[in-house]
Design a protein around this ligand. Structure first.
Ligand SMILES: Cc1ncc(COP(=O)(O)O)c(C=O)c1O
Length: 384
């Protein structure tokens, strides 16, 4: 393999060495359990609370409004299930979209299929955008939660979250946004977004895997989903992941400190990639919104190509990309997100996602575009 190019930053990012350095002491010298009363425990607790304060400052909330979790999936589960359960006495109607991550979709589905809740899926247009007016139309007196992804993982489309949140809040309905893909690339301040709950996952912004947060507005109370000890103010039981939490706070701090330079670089690399693919691969069509999309995100449908086969051929040539969502790798079903946008099942099987990172170079893009053109040409010949 002559070259290795990683263009799957929406699946995961490498841990920044500055983040790793901040984490290391909490594996060895300060390894204590943050709930223990002795000095080892106190050192861990101090680190966790410092991390909470630092993240709270950046996100515009009080420290006690941050719940540390094991990642984006758990944060989404806690937001949706915790809100649905805590408000079940007021109503059992939940509103979401057909283009949420499975961590939201499958939680809503389980509540509807097994626990007597009702669900409404909002329509999305051909670019994957939700119209805030459709949220108004879907709200009912028994609606308790509206959950809309901030930026979709497969097509990168950014939703009008402030408008959606304002309309739902007017009716006293809780709002959640899955900001897992948006973190490090879009503003996350809860006051600007206007949502009641926001999910984060550290490994999407150069932090470690297996740690995330659910961020709450003041006064939002949730039923605990993971029960046990009194950790996280009784809202999430389980020994705290001290190194992970310290790493996530450091990663968020760096993402904010370097925000302008990073997003400008991502956008330049993304545009180079989109222009290169569309001008050299005639079978390629951009999916998602042409402008209202994540700075890192390029996604396409390739006529007459199977996305999973394409990913394997690209990998053999040293380019890491994905088809649809990483969570669906190996699943030959067409992407449900693309189907919701109105794509045919055949077209949806040809989906390709290429996501750039802070260290992606123009040479990486050039190599990836040339490789894609060669692989698509080869797959077309094999199919003919
Ligand atoms: C939009 C979105 N939500 C949630 C998740 C799940 O996050 P985690 O991998 O931390 O469980 C992902 C992961 O890809 C995602 O893209």
């Amino acid at each position: 393999m002559s070259r290795s190019v990683y263009l799957d930053h929406s699946a995961s990012t490498p841990t920044d060495l500055r983040v790793l350095e901040a984490m290391l002491p909490y594996f060895t010298q300060d390894f204590g359990n943050g709930s223990s009363a002795h000095r080892f425990g106190r050192a861990a607790e101090r680190a966790i609370e410092d991390a909470r304060e630092s993240m709270a400052r950046l996100l515009g909330v009080q420290p006690e409004n941050i719940i540390f979790t094991s990642g984006g999936t758990e944060s989404d589960n806690l937001a949706v299930r915790g809100a649905a359960w805590s408000r079940a006495g007021q109503g059992r109607h939940l509103i979401t979209t057909p283009i949420e991550h499975p961590a939201v979709v499958n939680t809503v589905n389980q509540l509807a299929d097994m626990m007597g809740f009702e669900r409404t899926l909002l329509p999305v247009d051909a670019h994957g955008l939700v119209d805030p007016e459709d949220v108004v139309a879907a709200l009912r007196p028994d609606t308790t939660l509206v959950s809309v992804v901030y930026a979709n993982n497969e097509i990168g489309t950014i939703q009008p979250i402030p408008q959606i949140a304002a309309l739902a809040r007017e009716k006293g309905v809780l709002t959640h946004t899955d900001a897992v893909q948006a973190s490090g690339q879009l503003p996350l301040d809860l006051n600007t977004l206007g949502v009641d709950m926001l999910s984060l996952s550290a490994h999407k912004f150069y932090g470690p895997k297996g740690v995330g947060a659910l961020v709450l507005r003041d006064g939002v109370d949730l039923a605990a989903v993971q029960t046990g000890g009194a950790h996280e103010n009784g809202r999430r039981a389980g020994t705290s992941n001290t190194p992970g939490i310290v790493g996530m706070a450091k990663a968020l701090e760096l993402a904010y400190a370097e925000f302008d330079a990073r997003t400008a670089h991502l956008q330049a690399m993304r545009d180079l990639l989109i222009d290169g693919v569309l001008s050299t691969v005639p079978a390629a069509h951009l999916t998602g919104h042409p402008t209202q999309r994540l700075p890192s995100h390029a996604s396409f449908i390739l006529d007459g190509v199977d996305g999973n086969t394409l990913v394997m051929h690209m990998d053999v040539r040293g380019v890491a990309v994905s088809s649809g969502s990483a969570c669906k790798t190996g699943n030959p079903e067409p992407s449900s997100v693309l189907l919701a946008l109105g794509c045919s099942p055949e077209a949806a099987l040809g989906s390709l996602r290429m996501t750039v990172g802070k260290d992606t170079t123009a040479e990486d893009i050039e190599y990836a575009v040339d490789t894609l053109a060669a692989v698509v040409a080869k797959l077309h010949i094999l199919k003919a």
